[in-house]
Design a protein around this ligand. Structure first.
Ligand code: TRP
Length: 462
């Protein structure tokens, strides 16, 4: 496949690729520590509400905009809303670039951990927290592995939609699912695990506040790959006979179940290891090696190595979707050859990621930023707070407003109905339209403003 606009070979191809985009480090690396840091069950509860009430309609909207226009986010907004709306799409492209810049760094850690567990002496370490600290601060490995990861991402994107993205997603995602379940069963037998399960599954509603809602919504958007047009782009490759609402349902359920399962794996481990629940971004890298260690030298290497390898695959199907967005933009709008677009973007994004890479101890001042009334933040935190926590809800809000007031929900319904003849007049249509027109813009505006104030001015409005 050489051109930008050929599509997925089948509905399964799209679902696998979109689920591949959704399931990634967000589920396994980020979700458990967000849950641990935000009160356990209370966070899980709010998260699931955010996913289904806000995330799902936004996902349907994105896919429909993509399929209707057959374009990248910039082109999609331009076609449907004219020049004055196209900047919203461009904003999405920029968010995608910046998210990939730090995401690739974490993907590099995962790749390094795969090698260290399988072939190195990581499992012989006494203190995995200290090991991770040293590891993240070491530029050598990180530079090499995140470069390797970006090259791999570029390679797959260069091969194009069908050969590259689809085939990577179809086989490996189910394997990840299986190994997660096996690890959960093992983890639940460890002493103290029950406490973690209770913390995770019993919502303590006294812990609910706007901060929890902010984090849950940010996490929902990040995890479902929403708010910057990744699914507009993927939607542009699907056929008119596809049923958008069914596909979106499958993707949402797959993503939510992987997140749920990684919480069910990680929180019992945290409690069983007797650690406090404030895990932060190092959580999977400090907690998981302990369980692999307990399996014995050989089994630990095999199971641990496989787990981190699958984590890399999950990350790869996500980095692919992030890189595809600016590439599609350059190919469609600027008429760049695909190869030039891929190589340039991969290089630019890798460079943009360098400050994030060195912000875990390698470069002091980048590792110790103070903003929004908090000190000790990394540059990676800064980029994630700006483009993911604040940028994605903003993008989702603008898209809902766009569909409600400019494109109009009857056009949205028309597009969805093409592959789903029973859609019009269904309760689902009513629900999606009400959410997109009234609820999403208001809730997402609230999240956007309060996240902005909380992250950058240190002000909590509730
Ligand atoms: N959803 C992915 C994850 O959970 C990350 C991701 C891929 C993403 N594409 C995206 C996040 C687009 C936001 C927007 O790991």
């Amino acid at each position: 496949m050489a051109t930008a606009r050929s599509g997925f070979s089948s509905r399964l191809g799209f679902v696998a690729a979109a689920a591949g985009s959704a399931v990634g480090l967000g589920n396994i690396w980020k979700f458990p520590y967000e849950t641990a840091d935000n009160g356990g069950g209370a966070f899980l509860f709010v998260y699931i509400i955010c996913i289904f009430l806000i995330g799902f309609p936004v996902m349907v909207g994105e896919i429909a905009m993509g399929r209707k226009t057959g374009a990248n986010p910039f082109g999609a907004y331009k076609q449907l809303g004219g020049k004055s709306w196209s900047w919203v799409g461009l904003l999405g492209v920029i968010c995608g670039l910046m998210i990939l810049s730090f995401y690739n760094v974490v993907a590099g850690w995962s790749f390094g951990y795969f090698l260290q567990i399988s072939f190195g002496d990581l499992l012989a370490q006494e203190d995995h927290g200290a090991f991770f600290g040293t590891y993240a601060a070491d530029i050598g490995d990180n530079f090499l592995f995140s470069l390797a990861f970006m090259l791999l991402t570029g390679f797959v994107v260069l091969r194009g939609i069908q050969k590259g993205i689809e085939s990577a997603s179809k086989i490996l995602m189910p394997m990840l699912f299986a190994i997660l379940i096996a690890l959960i069963i093992y983890a639940l037998t460890l002493p103290g695990a029950g406490e973690g399960v209770a913390y995770y599954l019993t919502p303590d509603f006294s812990k609910l506040n706007l901060g929890v809602l902010n984090s849950a919504m940010g996490q929902a958007f990040f995890s479902l790959s929403l708010g910057m047009g990744a699914l507009i782009t993927y939607g542009s490759y699907i056929s008119k006979s596809d049923n958008i609402t069914t596909s979106a349902t499958i993707v949402t359920l797959a993503d939510t179940s992987v997140a749920f399962l990684s919480g069910l794996l990680m929180l019992p481990l945290v409690f069983s290891a007797g650690l406090e629940t404030e895990g932060g971004p190092g959580l999977v890298f400090t907690i998981l090696p302990g369980i692999f260690q307990g399996m014995g030298a050989i089994a630990g290497r095999i199971v641990g190595g496989t787990f981190f390898l699958l984590l890399c695959v999950a990350a790869l199907t996500s980095t692919i979707s992030l890189l595809e967005v600016p590439v599609a933009y350059l190919v469609d709008e600027r008429k760049w050859p695909r190869r030039k677009a891929v190589i340039t973007m991969a290089a630019v994004i890798f460079l943009l990621g360098l400050p994030s890479m060195v912000s875990f101890g390698a470069v002091d001042w980048l590792s110790n930023l103070t903003y929004g009334g908090e000190s000790g933040k990394s540059f990676l935190d800064l980029v994630a707070d700006t483009f993911s926590e604040v940028g994605l809800p903003l993008g989702g809000m603008l898209m809902s407003i766009f569909i409600g007031v400019r494109w109009k929900t009857n056009n949205l319904s028309d597009e969805i109905a093409i592959g789903n003849p029973k859609y019009k007049g269904s309760w689902l249509e009513t629900a999606i339209n009400v959410m997109i027109t009234y609820v999403c813009p208001v809730v997402l505006a609230l999240i956007f403003v309060s996240n902005l104030l909380q992250k950058f001015a240190g002000v909590s409005i509730l």
